[in-house]
Design a protein around this ligand. Sequence first.
Ligand SMILES: NC(=O)c1ccc[n+]([C@@H]2O[C@H](COP(=O)([O-])OP(=O)(O)OC[C@H]3O[C@@H](n4cnc5c(N)ncnc54)[C@H](OP(=O)(O)O)[C@@H]3O)[C@@H](O)[C@H]2O)c1
Length: 150
Amino acid sequence: MTTSSAERGERLRRLGATHVLDRSGDGGPDAPEGFDVVLDVVGGAGLPGLFDRLRPNGRLVAVGAVGGPPPADFGMTLMAQFQRSLSFATFSAATVPAADLRAVREDQFAAAARGGLTTVRHDVLPLDEAVVAHRRMDAGEVFGRIVLAP
Ligand SMILES: NC(=O)c1ccc[n+]([C@@H]2O[C@H](COP(=O)([O-])OP(=O)(O)OC[C@H]3O[C@@H](n4cnc5c(N)ncnc54)[C@H](OP(=O)(O)O)[C@@H]3O)[C@@H](O)[C@H]2O)c1
């Protein structure tokens, strides 16, 4: 998992994350030297720096760009490390067959129903406070999900 602070990293570890890459620092004394795979939802200006965190033959997979697009020349960072055989990919659930997505969702709802899947709920707000929810998300203070109750 990548995260934006040591405090959030600790919360992710308590939720079961094995390795946490803190983008604001070096990841702490227990951080691995490098990673075989990094899955990143943030993108933005910091994306090229994630190539430096990969081991040789490592793979960076962008699954979102919530922090905006990467710099236009981010591919140059990859080419400059040609001899480390790194690779970059995007992944979108839009390419997963609908039947597979339905099967995964059925598994997840079933796991939630028997208490085997816990959601991280930051807050519950009435639906007409959706604007407040978005402001909190924009401010970066939300950890997990805000539920809007109709
Ligand atoms: N590939 C797919 O099929 C797929 C499917 C669904 C969603 N997505 C994409 O995945 C991304 C994440 O979605 P989500 O619903 O999980 O979003 P989210 O809850 O708003 O954000 C996830 C995390 O990203 C970090 N973050 C949020 N805004 C940021 C910003 N402006 N700059 C830097 N970090 C920020 C925060 O973690 P920290 O502060 O701990 O870093 C936050 O907890 C989105 O880009 C979404 O479009 C992709």
